[in-house]
Design a protein around this ligand. Structure first.
Ligand code: BES
Ligand code: MN
Ligand code: ZN
Length: 519
């Protein structure tokens, strides 16, 4: 699902090669059998304990493997790795610590990610022994998904194009499973679906904002979903946005020469006439802050300020690819927030599509503006049975929760529980934060219905953002807001989230959709 583009840069019409997707090692599944030679990946428990096929491998080496683990003082801590070459009958062995034992699907994904990174560049295909985890049905499938998630790379702009034959390294990762055929089938369907969604989101987020205009974003979506059954993509341009009275979305984008778009991706895999679940994503293709301009330090990262929209779009791609039995729609509110002679000013008043008026006290609180209109339009158009806004909305949520949890805001106890559970299941963790009456009060304006920021100190910042968006929730709409400002961009790198774009929301929304499918 990589997009190829060429870009006209100024009058030179210079063409810039899109980074080529470098790591596409073939993934295979084989019936589990005793490893006795070649290139292998083995799990190691606490204090270097070898069990199952790993123990068999040790026997095949006449104890050379366990001896090496002892000499290296390998403790078997989760994620610890050690590589041996020419060990007994094996050409290479990668040990991966599994601690007290793996429990969940995300543990297995991490294991698979370590297997992929630890065997990169090996001369031959590696056979991966997959440990059992809790009551996960197809352990090898999860490990394989993790391998792919972890080896995502966006590549480099302008580097020579790698042709497809070179791009796919010859050595495969072969996951051993007692149910190899089932594991492979599940990987081909659900696994590839999740990977397509996450990769699409990551590619969109990684793309620099000189290329990533709202119009470009809309075109990528049209391209990615072209010809997909049961999917309808609708794109509203700036004139339609203005004519529909979306003053908040229009106003946010009016300082940019690259006008806003509203994109809807509707997927109908459920019953006819069944109300969809709606994911409404913040899609600021670059956030300078506008006239309330941001300091330069780290501003480049604001090319990821469309991560909510990317996660929403990616989730629909996943649902469509795995033919989920659910109706769902992503609504992407796309605009670029720039300072300009035509930009909105602090103190301006905008009228949103619902008729509600907004006093803009800070043009850098723009995500809530585009979401107000996106959310209202989504409700008017689709009457969803659940609406979710997802946004890199506030620095405050990063202060509160850091880079471990996204903020979850809802007045609905059951939805809170469902989302917390889904987040844990897929490793996109959430933490619930409050939206109180006092916070809702703090954004009342003297000259309009609401203002887009509270007075300094009057309310917690992330909650004030949520309270603002909740002003556009219709009484009958079950609603959840997610603030992913701390989660959208990975600075350090984790096993299944390499440095850079995370694609947060794809796995979570896929899991949420499964909850609705089950009902
Ligand atoms: N896109 C930013 C929030 C953000 C900050 C995302 C850091 C990712 C990392 C958002 O538009 C913003 O500027 N929020 C302001 C709101 C404030 C003016 C009320 C903020 O958090 O400072
Ligand atoms: Mn901003
Ligand atoms: Zn922003």
């Amino acid at each position: 699902m990589r997009f190829k583009i060429s870009l006209a840069v100024s009058a030179l019409a210079l063409s810039l090669a899109m980074p080529a997707f470098a790591d596409l090692r073939p993934i295979d599944f084989e019936k589990a059998s005793r490893p006795a030679k070649g290139f292998v990946v083995l799990p190691v428990g606490k204090d270097g304990a070898l069990t199952g096929l790993a123990k068999d491998a040790d026997k095949a080496s006449n104890g050379a493997l366990s001896k090496a683990l002892g000499l290296a003082k390998f403790t078997g801590e989760t994620g610890q790795t050690l590589t041996l070459y020419d060990a007994g009958p094996f050409d290479a062995v990668l040990f991966i610590g599994t601690g007290e034992g793996l429990q969940t699907a995300t543990d297995l994904r991490d294991y698979g990610a370590h297997a992929a990174s630890g065997t990169k560049g090996w001369a031959e295909s590696a056979k991966v022994v997959v440990p059992d985890a809790g009551d996960v049905a197809l352990d090898a499938t999860e490990a394989a998904i993790g391998a792919r998630l972890g080896s995502y790379t966006f590549g480099k702009w302008g580097a020579a194009e790698i042709d497809d034959a070179d791009a796919a390294a010859p050595q495969a990762l072969i996951f051993l499973s007692p149910k190899a055929a089932n594991a492979e089938a599940a990987f081909q369907k659900d696994g590839e679906a999740v990977l397509a969604g996450v990769t699409f989101a990551r590619d969109l987020i990684s793309t620099p904002s000189n290329i990533k205009t709202p119009e470009w974003f809309a075109q990528q979506v049209q391209g990615a979903f072209a010809g997909m059954p049961r999917v309808t993509v609708t794109v509203l341009d700036e004139k339609q946005i203005e004519d529909l009275g979306m003053g908040a979305l229009y106003g946010t984008g009016q300082g940019s020469t690259r006008p806003p778009r509203l994109v809807a991706i509707e997927y109908k895999g459920g019953k006819d006439g069944d109300a969809p679940i709606a994911f409404v994503g913040k899609g600021i293709t670059f956030d300078t802050g506008g006239i309330s301009i941001k300091p330069n330090d780290g501003m480049w990262r604001m090319r990821s300020d469309m991560s909510g929209a990317a996660g929403s779009a990616g989730a629909i791609l996943t649902l469509a690819r795995r033919e989920a039995k659910v109706n769902a729609v992503a609504v992407l509110a796309l605009a670029e927030n720039m300072p300009d002679g035509n930009a909105i000013r602090p103190g301006d008043v905008l009228t949103s599509m619902s008729g509600k008026t907004i006093e803009v006290l800070n043009t850098d609180a723009e995500g809530r503006l585009v979401l107000a209109d996106g959310l209202w339009w989504a409700q008017e158009t689709y009457k969803p049975k659940l609406a979710v806004t997802i946004a890199t909305l506030t620095g405050a949520v990063v202060g509160a929760l850091g880079r471990e949890h996204a903020g979850l805001f809802t007045q609905d106890e059951r939805l809170a529980a469902d989302f917390l559970k889904a987040g844990d299941a897929v490793g996109e963790k959430l933490w619930r934060l409050p939206v109180t009456e006092a916070t809702a009060e703090s954004i009342k304006s003297d000259i309009a219905d609401v203002k887009n920021i509270a007075e300094s100190g009057a309310a917690p910042g992330a909650s004030a953002g949520a309270a603002f968006i909740m002003e556009w929730v219709q009484p009958e709409t079950p609603f959840v807001h997610l603030d992913i400002a701390g989660m959208a961009w990975e600075n350090a790198g984790r096993p299944t989230e390499p440095k850079g774009a995370v694609g947060f929301g794809v796995r979570l929304f896929d899991e949420i959709a499964r909850q609705y499918e089950a009902n």
